[in-house]
Each structure stands twice: as structure tokens, then as C-alpha cells.
Design a protein around this ligand. Structure first.
Ligand code: ZN
Length: 98
């Protein structure tokens, strides 16, 4: 049996695991660059990173439950993820409605 290589990344003191395959198929930017280091580590809020990670896992970007939309938008900026990737449900609810 072939094991799928996984990548561990530490965000805000918490470990997150992601398959290398998913990482490759996900959006280009910062996380990929970061995961080239032997021990990827970044000091960002881990509860917001869940939303970023889910994008790689599911291909959909949603705002993590209970988090502030504005904080999450900042996080997208940091990870260089385009807001256009956000699913309509979250986009319409949190970004457009003002
Ligand atoms: Zn949503």
C-alpha cells in the first residue's frame, strides 16, 4: 500500500496536517512556499487557518464558524488567496452585505 505523503505545518502553535497532493492541487500562493521549509511554521491565528486549510481539503473557501469575517479577510490577504475563491454563501452573507 502506498502512503500519501503529508505535510505538517504549525500555525499559531497548532499542528495541521495536509496531504502533499492536496497542497499541490490547491491554489498557488503562500502556503506552498512555506511548506518547502523542513519545519513549516507561521505565527498566525490557528482558528482562522482552519478556513484556509479547508480550501485545500475541499476546494471550497468558507469563513470558519464563529470567526469575524473581517479578520478572515485579512487572513486571506496574508495567505495570498483571492477573495473570489470564497463560496457564494459566505461571500454574500459576510462580504457583500453592508
Ligand atoms: Zn460558506
Amino acid at each position: 500500500m502506498k502512503t500519501i505523503p503529508s505535510i505538517q505545518v504549525e500555525v499559531g502553535g497548532k499542528m495541521f496536517k495536509l496531504s502533499a497532493e492536496k497542497l499541490e492541487s490547491g491554489p498557488p500562493p503562500r502556503l506552498k512556499t512555506l511548506c518547502k521549509c523542513p519545519t513549516p511554521e507561521v505565527d498566525r491565528p490557528s482558528y482562522l487557518f482552519k478556513g484556509i486549510l479547508a480550501l485545500y481539503q475541499t476546494g471550497e473557501l468558507h469563513i470558519p464558524e464563529g470567526s469575524c469575517p473581517l479578520a478572515f479577510l485579512k487572513e486571506l490577504e496574508f495567505w495570498e488567496i483571492d477573495i473570489s475563491l470564497m463560496a457564494d454563501c459566505c461571500y454574500n452573507r459576510h462580504v457583500v452585505s453592508k
